[in-house]
Write a protein that binds this ligand. Structure first.
Ligand SMILES: *Cc1c(COP(=O)(O)O)cnc(C)c1O
Length: 380
């Protein structure tokens, strides 16, 4: 007699399940679009869509009407192009040497960050006899990328340098958009307004997520939100105008009784002050569950908080579940790490970081469940 065993489903094997609501991402894009209107709203999907999956997010947003996407690196642009044959894809990282033909072949729009790149793209356009699209980044105070004030002077004195380029966009980036009262934003706005007034006319893009909430003077001709699409609060200190897009549930691997004075985990960093029960969950710092959450984080069991105790291990965390009745926390049960009781922003605060870093650290080992936005046929 043979015993038939069904093979396991991926969701049964993973230590945690990440649910990504593409419908919520689309809803956030619509909310941002409404705020920006009449200016259109692009989508920043760098770092694999802030950890949610650039292809899946890109397809859902494209279907909803988004026609412009921004990534940081050329490889990200190529991966997105494979998923989205049509829309315009801007690459924020500039035009590295020997990549020009790749930009042209895959119809990626470079964001030119200094005059050397402007000259290089103009040469490509001349060579090909086509006004190939480009954006030009003007630095207004970040001092990372973009034309310096001296380069803006040089370009406004000699705009023929742009000849041949299909100039689609002037852009700049805000340093303090998430601080509603910062004087820096107004200074950058004044610099940008003065710069584009001296340069050949083209649409202007200025606002990231938080910048959109600084008001219409910041909107210009195209919004460029990233993090707000994914549900992080673009207006810190005020109620979150976005909807949450992810939830993360970890599996209980084991529950054990631990005696008074026994210690839990590496470094014996947690000592039981009374006899109790410890649940071990299948996530760790290798999954982006920050080590700084050790002895600080909370998980939720059926909506009730339970403290993370001891250090975070590579693959495991330990939670004190002494307060729960017998049979509530059992092996196989899923508990909430991120979700309605624990928004990304709260987890970030507990971890001593920002929501951006929580999202972009979301682990590769999680089983990913895409829902909403026709996820079934679009997830990758
Ligand atoms: C990342 C990035 C954005 C998006 O910023 P959010 O704060 O996530 O909205 C926009 N523009 C540039 C240049 C960026 O690097």
């Amino acid at each position: 007699m043979t015993i038939e065993c069904a093979l396991s489903a991926p969701a049964d094997r993973a230590g945690a399940i990440l649910t990504i609501d593409l419908g919520a991402v689309v809803e956030n894009w619509r909310r941002l679009s409404a705020r920006l209107s009449p200016a259109p709203c692009a989508a920043v999907v760098k770092a694999d869509g802030y950890g949610l999956g650039a292809a899946a997010v890109g397809r859902a947003l494209h279907e909803a009407g988004c026609t412009r996407f921004f990534v940081a690196q050329l490889d990200e642009a190529l991966a997105l192009r494979a998923a989205l044959p049509e829309p315009q894809i801007f690459c924020l990282g500039g035009l590295p040497a020997r990549t020009e033909a790749t930009f042209v072949h895959h119809r990626i729009t470079p964001v030119l960050n200094h005059l050397g790149e402007v000259d290089a793209w103009a040469a490509v356009c001349r060579e090909r006899g086509t006004a190939l699209p480009a954006a030009i980044h003007i630095d207004t105070g970040m001092n990372r990328l973009g034309l310096s004030p001296a380069e803006v002077d040089e370009l406004s004195a000699g705009p023929t340098r742009l000849a041949g380029i299909g100039l689609d966009l002037w852009m700049s980036h805000l340093a303090c958009a998430d601080e509603a009262d910062s004087p820096v934003s107004g200074e950058q706005l004044a610099r940008m307004t003065a710069a584009v007034a001296r340069l050949p006319k083209a649409p202007v893009s200025f606002a990231n997520s938080s910048g959109i909430f600084l008001g219409s003077p910041y909107h210009f001709d195209l919004g460029r939100p990233g993090v707000a699409l994914y549900g992080v609060n673009p207006t810190p200190g005020k109620p979150n105008p976005m909807v949450p897009t992810i939830r993360l549930d970890a599996r209980v691997l084991q529950v054990r009784s631990v005696d008074l004075s026994m210690t839990v985990g590496y470094g014996a960093a947690h000592r039981m002050t009374r006899a109790g029960r410890i649940a071990t969950l299948g996530v760790g710092y290798a999954d982006g569950y920050f080590r700084s959450l050790g002895a600080r984080g909370h998980v939720f069991v059926d909506g009730v908080p339970a403290p993370v105790v001891g250090r975070i291990s590579m693959d495991l965390i330990t939670v004190d579940v002494s307060g729960f009745a017998d049979g509530v926390v059992v092996p196989g049960k899923l508990v909430e790490l991120i979700g309605p009781n624990r928004p990304v922003d709260t987890v970030a605060e507990e971890a001593g970081t920002i929501g951006y870093e929580i999202l972009t650290s979301l682990g590769r080992r999680y089983h990913r469940d895409y829902i909403g936005g026709d996820a079934g046929k679009k997830a990758v």
